[in-house]
Design a protein around this ligand. Sequence first.
Ligand SMILES: [Ca+2]
Ligand SMILES: [Ca+2]
Length: 251
Amino acid sequence: MAGDNVLLVAVYEKAGWWSGFFGLHTETQYEERLPGYQDQTPQRREDVNGDGRVSILDMLRVARRFDTLVAAKPGSSVNEDINDDGIVNITDLVLVAQYINDPVENNLDAPISPGLVQQWIDMAWAEYDGSIEFQKGITSLENLLMALNSDKIETKTALFANYPNPFNPETWIPYQLAMPTEVVLTIHTTTGRIVRTLPLGHQAAGVYKTPNRAAHWDGKNHLGEPVTSGIYFYTLTAGDFTATRKMLIRK
Ligand SMILES: [Ca+2]
Ligand SMILES: [Ca+2]
């Protein structure tokens, strides 16, 4: 079974690094990775524009090349043909979409309209093959559509799900205000003990969703100490409005 060589494999995933030793047959070819290699983050195929993250911009890149026949011969491919089947179409877009987990963070300033996303969703359903990838991709697109639409509704004060969640150590808490008001965010435990109060001051009506506008919590209590892992609640108080949601710190 195991050969003369031993290979140390280190893999970076969302949850962090894992590594292990594997025996190798002597004839197996492998590349040597020295300690220190880990400062390179592997690029995902779905990161079409190579900016280090999978986002709406990558979907737009794919959409711009819809119906382009690409692979004249095996091995020649373009970034936008994610599944290397020789054509750029909705399937490639869905494959990118499945890695877009956070529509709030992603919809930022991307030049994208609810109408366009709806069109993609319709196309995706038409091609739906029952696969997990398609299910995840379509769910992402539907979440994105919801996020885009909620941006248009500025008439209602609301508190949204924090992102990332679960998180460690920091998170952003998005909300929107129907009218200018004093805003306070409190973080408390499941038993109601307040661990931190964030006075956000008097704020104008509008949407506070993007990282530079949403409330930010660094995961520390009022003494500046990191809180322990577990479930916490956050409550937004804005004038007469108050709402509470749950979040999870995982260390
Ligand atoms: Ca990208
Ligand atoms: Ca393709």
